[in-house]
Each structure stands twice: as structure tokens, then as C-alpha cells.
Design a protein around this ligand. Sequence first.
Ligand code: MTE
Length: 326
Amino acid sequence: MLIKTKQGGSDLILPSDITPRAVFETRREFIQKLAVGSIASASLLEMVQREAFAQTNSANKLAATSNPAYQALDKKTAYKDATTYNNFYEFGTDKADPAQTAASLKTRPWTLSIEGEVKKPLVLDLDALLKLAPIEERVYRLRCVEGWSMVIPWMGYSLSQLLKKVELTSNAKYVEFISLNDARQMPGLGSRVLQWPYTEGLRLDEAMHPLCLLTLGMYGEVLPNQNGAPVRITVPWKYGFKSAKSIVKIRLTKDQPRTSWNVANPSEYGFYSNVNPDVDHPRWSQGSERRIGEDGFFTRKRKTLMFNGYSEVASLYAGMDLKRYF
Ligand code: MTE
């Protein structure tokens, strides 16, 4: 892991200089409970233990420079929600499963290979990936096809920076992402809910768009296992399932790749899957969404925005019928 120290003389505040989110959220919760007198000595002990655990986890810190061009202004989702409400079917289909079972994922050693229609195929280990380009912090909204969304400070760099290194052939038209497929580490692989390995894909121009993030961390730390450690893709203008987790292979292809969700149910999960409030899922509306953490009984849902609000990608789809190519 690359841990950058603060540069001499610079007053730049790195995310890693700040108290880890888990720690200050625990503290805030503790102080609130203390104030209302609802804290019993047993739970006091549990909270002290949790804080100690979060502090010893400081080895997971990852330094990054905040990129001002990519800062969603929405309130960030609490770290606790982002790490306990997950879709990662290799670890179970319940939202709470990955946080409970993903400890079995071994994230080192890890290699990511980039192959297919490239002149210089590459196999990179995690340290090489962490050093390939400066790590940026970008706050992105991520909208799940199921109708909920989160706002997460991701860390990584544009996927295009990596793709530039392998020299694409003129046949490269699509990019396929392949997740780890190891039943010894991933208990959910026994289920037939999807075709494994989890596979996703993008058109080359989508993958080269600067918004498309090769993601190595979040909230100032390396990725937690349940969020797709040690390396995933984040494509914020598309439904969340396009953002493949724990990837081991990126393959450049001539033809549009088959993708796990599209194979499972082609009429419900299109290859493009751009966030689009005007194209409903066959079983539910996509016009609004529930922001995780805003779940009060009287809280109104938010309106879903075209391309999840990332209108800068619209030109990628000029002239395309987005109802047909959903
Ligand atoms: N990647 C893999 N390998 N397996 C999965 O089940 N689920 C997808 C996506 N990437 C998934 C995956 C779905 S449906 C969503 S909404 C996002 O991951 C959720 O990412 P998060 O848990 O970090 O919020």
C-alpha cells in the first residue's frame, strides 16, 4: 500500500489527516447517547471497543488529493451506511450479508490483468496500481437500479490513465470487467442467482470518459472488502450494477461483452443502463430514489436525474435512442 506523507511546507489537508469517519461517527453517536442518558454501561464498553478497533485500523489509510472538478455537493452518506448496506452477491444477496461475510476475501496479493485488444498487455499488482497515477478523492453519487442512492467520497484515478498504458489496437471497441471468482473466498458463488464470474462492460468511449473511476479507496481508506476491495470500477452516471467490484481482469474487446445482469434478465437490465428517470424498470418506476440515511417516515423521495446528474456524458449518446438502448 502506498501511504503518502504530508508534503513539506504544504498546508494541503489529506483525507487521511482527518479523524477516520468511523471514529468520529462513533464519537458523535456516543456523545448524543450520553446526552440523552440512554447509555448503559454494557453499551459504553461496546462503544469504547469499537473506537479502539477503528483506531487500530489506521493502517488502512489512503492519501489522496481532492479533485475540485468532481465534488457532488450533496451530503455524504454515513460511512456506516455505505459499508453495511451493500450489493455484492458473491457474499450473499441480503444487503447486510457482505459486511458480515466479506472478511474471507483476501486482497493481498492481488493482480489485475489488462489484456485482449492491446499491444502491451499488463499484469499489475496492488502496489503498482496504487502508484500508477495520483490518487484523487472524488465525491460521486451512485444510484442503484433498485431505487436507492448514496453519496460517497471515492478514491482513485480515471480508468483512462490505466488504459493509456496498454496501447489499444484499432479493434478495441469495448471494455469488459471481470470480478474475482473464487468459491473458497466468496461464499455466495455457490448460488445460481447470477452467472459467475460477475462480468460487466462499457463501450470504449464510456470507459475513457474521465468520470469513469478506477477505484482503490473511499472515506480516506483503502476499500473495505464489502465495497469491492481492493480495486473496483465506479461509473456514476450508470446504475450501480455497472460498477463491478473486486476486479481481476480488464479485457479490451471487438464485440460488446456479455454481462452478468444482462444475461440473467435481458429485458430488465440493459447493457447501457444509464440512469434515466424516463425509462422505467419493467417492475418499478425509475423517476425517484431513496437516499440512504434519509429514511424518516415523512422524508420525501428525491427526483432521479438524467445520467444521475452527470450531464457532461450526454454527448456520448448523441443521436441514440436511449429507450431502445436502455
Ligand atoms: N460487483 C460484483 N462483483 N458483484 C456484485 O454483486 N453489485 C453491484 C455493484 N458491483 C455487485 C458488483 C450493484 S447491484 C451495486 S448497486 C453496487 O455494486 C453497490 O456498490 P456498494 O455496495 O459499494 O454501494
